[in-house]
Design a protein around this ligand. Sequence first.
Ligand code: ATP
Length: 361
Amino acid sequence: MAHLDVIDLSKEFQGEDGPIVAVEEMNLSIEKGEFIVLVGPSGCGKSTTLRCLAGLESPTEGDIQLNDRSVVDSPPMDRDMAMVFQNYALYPHMTARENMSFGLKMTTELSDEAIDQKVIEVAEMMGIKDLLGKKPSDISGGQQQRVALGRAIVREPEVFLMDEPLSNLDAKLRTEMRTELQNLQQTLDVTTIYVTHDQTEAMTMSDRIVILNKGKVQQVGTPLECYHEPTNRFVAGFIGSPSMNFFNVKLDGRTLVHPEFKYQISDSLFTELQEGNEFTLGIRPEDIKLTSQSTENSIPISVNVIEPMGDISYIYFDIGDNHVTASVSGEIQIQENTEVNILFPEEQLHLFDAQTGKAVY
Ligand code: ATP
C-alpha cells in the first residue's frame, strides 16, 4: 500500500432533479512526499474529492487509507491532514498568532510556550513574524494566505490538502507564491494534494497530475506524460495551451480523409490502427510545420491572423470548419492573408477513436 490510498471512492449528492455523481469510483495511490495536483474543468469533482479526504464530506462509497489505516470514519481533526482554503478561512477575530496556534491547542497536549515556539519558527520560515500580532483584516491577501499556510504547517500533518490556495492572489504574486510553495513542500517533504483548475499550476508544480472530468479520473501521470501521451481526447484537449487542434477523419485504405485534406499514413502507423475507421486526428499548435513547397500530406492554408508573442508567433487559420492554431518561431516572416503550406509530422500526430475518444496512436 502507498502512503495515501483512495479506494473506489464515490460521492453522490441529492440534487433537486435527482442524484448528482460528483466523484465516481476514484482510485489513487499517492507516495509519501508526492505533490499531486487534481485538475479539471469546473464541476468535475476536485473540491469534493479534497473535502472527502479532509473529512468535510462523507463518501457515499469507498475508503481512504493513510499509512494503511482507514480514516473515512475519523473526524477532520483526527486525520493528520491540514487543509488550506482558497478564501484562507482565517478566524477574523483572532490575530495571526492565534490563528496559527488554534489547531495545535485543540489537538495536542503541548504547553502554550511550546506551541508559541513552533508558531514563531514557522512564522520566520514564512516571512510573517512581524505580522503575528495582526488580525486578518489588517494584512493583505497574500499575507493572509501565508498565515493560512503557516497554520497548516505548524500542525506538522502527514498530508496538506490545498483547494485553489493561490487563486485569490494577483497574477504576479501567484507566480511568486507558486515557486515558494513548491520549495516549501520540497523542504518539508509533506505529501500534498493540491486542487486547481489552472493547468499551468498543474504542469509546473506537480510530481503527478490527476486529470478529472465529470467525477471520473481520466489520467494520472507526470505532467510530461499527460502532455505527450494523453490517454484520451479529453486529456489531450485539456492539457496544453493553446489547445491541441482536432479534425474528424476517416481511414480509407492508408489514407486519413478529411473533407479538406488527405493524409497518407506510414505502414507502421497503419498496423497500429487495428480497429475502426473513424478517428479524431489531433496535432498540437507547436507541432504544425510550415513548408515553402507543396509536398505529400502538406495542406495549403490562408493565414487569417498572426499574433506575435516575441520568441514565437501564433498563426490562426481555417481548414474547412476547423479553426486551427499553429505556434511557429517568432523569426518566421509571414503576412496575414497569404497562402502557405502546413504539414503535420506523423511522429507528432495523435489519433483518438471517434466514438470512445480513447487514444489509439
Ligand atoms: P470548481 O472548480 O467549480 O470548484 P470542482 O471540480 O471543485 O468545481 P465540485 O465542487 O467538487 O467540483 O462539484 C462536483 C459536482 O458536485 C458539481 O456538479 C457540483 O454542483 C456538485 N456538488 C458539489 N457540492 C454539492 C452539494 N453540497 N450539494 C449538491 N451538489 C454538490
